[in-house]
Design a protein around this ligand. Sequence first.
Ligand SMILES: [Zn+2]
Length: 318
Amino acid sequence: MAIEIAVGIDIGGTNTVLGVVDREGNVIEEGAIRTTDFPVVEDFVKALSGVINDLSGKGDYNLRGIGIGAPNGNFHKGTIELAPNLEWKGIIPLAGMVEKSMGIPVFLTNDANAAALGEMMFGGATGMKDFIVLTLGTGLGSGIVVNGEVIYGHTGFAGEYGHIIMFPGGRDCGCGRQGCLETYVSATGIVRTVQWLLGEMRDESRLREIHTRDLTSRIIADAATNNDPIALEAFDYTAEILAYAIVNAIVVTSPEAIFLFGGLSNAGSLLFDPVRKYVDEFIQPVFKGTTSILPSGIPENNAAVLGSAALAWKEYSK
Ligand SMILES: [Zn+2]
């Protein structure tokens, strides 16, 4: 009997990754193309369709839908809009183009919303109706689920939690403003924090021996594990700001859980312990103890593909 499948696609600035995913969340075929090889989007759609046909023809499969996660993806319109890390400029109606090429339904959203759908269908949020996923990579992405639905807003862009302003007039952000959450709480944000602390603190630190352009959140986490005072202070500072952002989110949607995913969250207890402590300290009393701060239940290497496939399955099930 044919296996029902969805194809999940994650479009990144450098690579586009594809996976054939069954209803249980098993990734049964995988493929990839280099996004940068196709400066013309029509050529990209052609190549992408070729790989989808190739993968979905490898077994006795029944293709039900295609989900795409992309930077600046607009779920309502199926468009990628003004994505700074992609070569295709302006507004790209990608879902429609792929749908026309493949002849089956195609849905598109931004990568963090896809991550939230993956968490809900295949990860730690199974059975939850209200939760938030925060992705702590180069930037900070978010997928906000309320009453079982991802919040898209009337523009299709809701859930840009990385760009709430934590400090008016604070650090410069890629969005053109200042003081956004992601300039502090992300893999790059903690590097900026260490650069600042190296000037502020007099403590000895092995981080002083590393050229600033070579600093990574991983190196900082390793140093913190070895009790490096500047690295530990950087994690504490990051956790404190993240906790403020989390308690602000809690008063808006009262989620059952907040999942921290990717990049910085791989530091484990170095981040989770102080975040939980500060959330407990800052939270409005009525919400005390009502929201769990959890690591993602999705393996990071498959997360993007699983999330996009979850979007396809969710829409297909409607
Ligand atoms: Zn911003």
